[in-house]
Design a protein around this ligand. Sequence first.
Ligand SMILES: [Zn+2]
Length: 296
Amino acid sequence: MESAWQLFLRQLASPDLQFTHDDVCGWSADEFEALTAAGLISEMALATRVVCDVCEADHWERVRWSEDGKRAYIVCPEAGIVDLDLERLRQWKCCLQQFAGRISKALGRGEVRPVPASRLWFLGRHRTAGHNPHFFLAAIGPDELPTTIKAVRQAYGRVTAMLFVPFPSPTSTEDGKLRMVDVGKAASLQDGQIAVDLEFIEEQFGDSGALRVSAKQPPKPLKEHRRAILRTYMEGHQIHNMQALGTHLGIEASILHAMIRGDTSKYGDTRLETMLRRIGCSQAKWDGGPKPIRRS
Ligand SMILES: [Zn+2]
């Protein structure tokens, strides 16, 4: 089952930014508290429409109120007058501006500027992988991507940028100058705080040969191969980002990224062996790739 945090992220891609009481009912108290404490959702006025939960038809009905304003009910074509539990009329909305601010803060900034387009924010710049890219957040669906990229370009020109979007996306466009990243892969919610996986972000830029070439880095196919191994493991264990994987394996996410890169200055052989044993992957498989790598 998806967590409240994932549902929140998914909702950002939808034109409807609200959660009904029926939606929220499925969340644990902790999840609800975490989203509320981070200011990512806030309660709105009571709903004026609600789904009938008495008959089979799943129809929406207008909420009507008794003359004294104390009793709410709907009229179901089948069951007639159905009294409503007032709790069911509570609803919450996603606070986009707040979310943008939290991500910006996690990047070490905090300045958030709406870009003249709906649901698009500039989050500031953050030095990473030898670059100083512009960061943006767009609460949009995949079909709105082309117009959103255009809006970024109109406002900021052809800058090197990372655009967070709430869905899996093609990673880069325009010769790698604009990188798109699923915000759910880069950010996580822990104890009411948004954390951003800076290593992961760095990798998005570090991967591009045009942007940075480091002698330490193995060629891209091997990194992709290793990342795919971890991804497969994560999918099998309902782990949603590298930070959570780190917690799960008892290894810092930055070390996991170093293992992907093969940067042995950050970890020892034993540590890698232990990690591979935990995820059930042999050393040979880890070092293999789409094409076998031969050392002579
Ligand atoms: Zn009904």
